[in-house]
Design a protein around this ligand. Sequence first.
Ligand code: OFO
Length: 165
Amino acid sequence: MITSKMQSAMNEQIKHETFSAYLYFAMVAYFHSQNLDGMAQWMKAQAQEELDHAQRFFNHINERGGRIELQPLDKPQAEWASPIAAFKAALQHEKFITGRINDLANLADEENDRASGIMLQWFVTEQVEEEDSVSRIISMLERIGDSGHGILMADRELGRRVAEA
Ligand code: OFO
């Protein structure tokens, strides 16, 4: 049975992961407004993965005999100054999520909750990947600078991404 402390911390995390999806869907809309459909496709895959992350916490609470309590979401930002500004905002958000995952892993240790600790290992690894993939895109866009041709090439490249199951 999940402890009440872990249950409420994981319910909070369902909100954070769902907000990640919400924020990234807002970026999808922004990229479409800029005719950057490839970047929109990349971010849509990211948003879909976030819904899967929320579902993992949902399932874990459920399987451990806990109770899901969904919480309200904030309105996400809708506009960014440039594509690189949007990806920088995504990186900043992922760093925040990494902090939350680390806090959950620490709580699992404190509560001697081995099942949650094992489940959270996947997220610790995933966060390394999340930060790395967004950082790489930022570096690529920094190299491209204001080159319209470069932006179009990057857009085409990013559009190849599909959501992982
Ligand atoms: Fe769920 O990893 Fe991003 O936020």
